[in-house]
Design a protein around this ligand. Structure first.
Ligand code: SDX
Length: 393
């Protein structure tokens, strides 16, 4: 085991850590969590089963799953004073700005789960983070639209509870549409963990100094926000909306290939996948089902996305550079069909990825020989220079 980052002669930074949580084969487009194929988990699990698997290395038995769901439901409420943090933001603050602030602030409220070296406190911090993310995310949405906060309902499943907090209003008895709940659960599972991506590496590096878990997850949220990473789902929707018509796709493909144009085809390309992202495959298949079952009017966005994919995957530039659709290319179309505003897309990514961040954090903290991360550099600045006093300069 070496230190955290090791620079190889090619000066491409490689995060060198051992992990038993997630395996990706970028050439073959394979993704597994603790040895289980993402396709099986996505089709057959509740999100909390996958969270349990990531954290405890095994899929839960029925009793373990029931106990875990009960444990999580006991921690879905936020300390009431945290509501004041929301009220300090402008209504038009980006919900990710709110999440960075509020998640970091949990450190100021839950003093009995800050000590990483106490296993009970580590467990409590893990449970609180996974339990409270849906409440905090839904509150960020409610605050942005000026509606009252909705408290969690412990009798609901994880994805259902989130949707209830997002869309229920006091004036009538809101029932979560099972199609929405199924799609939300799928989205959460597909975003749960993905090895040592930028935000997970941020969480691991921050945690390596023994900073408290809430502060480290807030650091992960900040890193995920970037449009090159988790912010891409929002950027894909904005791009598809900007394209607006299939006839304009060649213009955007041309721009994406132009080195002098900063425009990138959002939702395409990946640091690891040089084949189709298996998560994108699954989402692509469920797009039609969700749009049909919700009978929403945004199939034109899906048609643009499918045509864009078809043109790009037959274009020499994308083929040679092995640029395929990634998880963000189709997720936004489903989220929009579900009535989720684009500004909330990355918040949902952070909500789901908290299970992976927490699992990766635990794996690192519980490694007895883990040292503080200390990336090195290749110095390319000036060599020793003679100092000249200010008066002579
Ligand atoms: C996520 O790491 C993870 O696992 C992340 C993630 C997770 O679950 O945590 O999977 C989630 O972040 C997915 C990625 C979402 N981001 C986007 O969709 C934004 C658009 N994609 C690009 O910005 C880009 O593809 C990156 C940032 C994802 C990767 O960029 P790299 O490292 O430059 O990719 P690369 O080395 O494979 O690029 C090869 C070439 C380069 O050109 P050359 O230097 O060879 O001339 O392809 C070009 C790139 O400039 N290229 C693109 C492109 N992506 C790469 N050209 C046009 N459009 C694109 N989308």
């Amino acid at each position: 085991k070496t230190g955290y980052f090791t620079y190889d002669p090619g000066f491409t930074s490689t995060a060198s850590c051992d992990s038993a949580i997630t395996y990706i084969d970028g050439e073959k487009g394979i993704l597994t969590h603790r040895g289980y194929k993402i396709e099986d988990l996505a089709e057959k699990c509740d999100f909390l089963e996958v969270a349990y698997l990531l954290l405890h290395k095994e899929l839960p038995t029925q009793k373990q799953f029931a106990d875990y769901h009960h444990e999580i439901s006991m921690h879905t409420l936020l300390h009431e004073q945290l509501i004041n943090f929301y009220k300090g933001f402008r209504r038009d603050a980006h919900p990710m700005a709110v999440m960075v602030g509020v998640v970091g602030a949990l450190s100021a409220f839950y003093h009995d789960s800050l000590d990483l070296h106490d296993p009970d406190q580590r467990e409590l911090a893990s449970t609180r983070l996974i339990a409270k993310m849906p409440s905090m995310a839904a509150m960020a949405y409610k605050y942005s639209v000026g509606q009252p906060f909705v408290y969690p309902q412990n009798n609901l499943k994880y994805a259902e509870n989130f949707l209830h907090m997002m869309f229920a209003v006091p004036s009538y008895d809101y029932q979560v549409n099972p199609v929405l709940a199924k799609a939300m659960n799928l989205i959460f599972i597909l975003h749960a963990d993905h090895e040592q991506n930028a935000s997970t590496s941020t969480v691991r590096l921050a945690s390596s100094s023994s900073a408290n878990p809430f502060a480290c997850i807030a650091a992960g949220i900040a890193s995920l926000w970037g449009p090159a990473h988790g912010g891409a789902n929002e950027a894909v929707l904005n791009m598809l909306t900007q394209i607006a018509d299939k006839s304009r796709i060649p213009e955007f493909i041309k721009r994406a290939k132009d080195k002098n144009d900063p425009f990138r085809l959002m939702g395409f390309g990946h640091r690891v996948y040089k084949n189709y992202d298996p998560r994108a495959q699954i989402l692509r298949a469920s797009c039609h089902e969700v749009i049909e079952e919700l009978s929403v009017k945004n199939e034109h966005l899906l048609e643009i996305a499918l045509e864009l994919e078809k043109i790009a995957l037959n274009d020499a530039y994308f083929v040679e550079k092995k640029l395929f659709p990634n998880v963000d290319f189709y997720s936004g179309i489903i989220l929009k069909a579900m009535g989720i505003p684009t500004t909330m897309f990355t918040v949902l990514f952070a909500l789901a990825r908290t299970a992976g961040w927490v699992a990766q954090w635990r794996e690192m903290i519980e490694d007895p020989i883990q040292k503080i991360g200390r990336p090195r550099q290749r110095y390319i600045g000036p060599v020793q220079r003679k100092f000249i006093a200010l008066e002579q300069r």
